[in-house]
Design a protein around this ligand. Sequence first.
Ligand code: SF4
Length: 209
Amino acid sequence: MVNVETEAPNIRAKDAIPVAEEVPPFAFVLVKLASRCNINCTYCYWFRDAEVYNKPAVLTIEAEDAFCQRLEQHIEEFELDQFVLIFHGGEPLLFPKHRFVELQEKLLDIEDRTGCEISRGVCTNAILIDREWADILKSYNVTVSVSLDGPPDIHDKYRVDFKGRGTHADTLRGIAFLRAEGIEPGRSRFVTRTPTLNRFYRMWSKSSA
Ligand code: SF4
């Protein structure tokens, strides 16, 4: 029999598990602006759950205001000087443009009141990006990450609309609007095989040239 008092390893739980005051306050939040999408990717996990359709299509104004209020409290409580927000979905640009602008203004007000710099980014399939969206994103200094899986033969196999049609050309059109405003988007992609990754980088380098 083991005598726990004398033979148990001399490690206290306090030493093994970080205690609350050692955990830094969070300074990053992913904000789901929309719980719907304008396309129907074959690998999308989000819409496999029918419950998604019971949620509001876009962030409600009540939830938006509650979020901004809580964000400001958090920044003040922990005296943060930097915070990162990433707008996500579904497709976040289903969020109405005027509401997106109003949200950015609320965030600027929080920056003014707290002195905290709130960096903003959006992850999008870029299909809805037009000149106006590109202008809004540039005006509010929102960085953009675009989902693109590679050349058309790969991208169009998985990233399809609700009629099964590929969306590669639509995504490139959105990227062109961004570039016309001087915004160079980052990329996120779903990779199936290493050759796919190689072809992706070749295609992106050519399109950036
Ligand atoms: S763009 Fe994103 S959210 Fe929309 S269907 Fe494709 S993976 Fe899902």
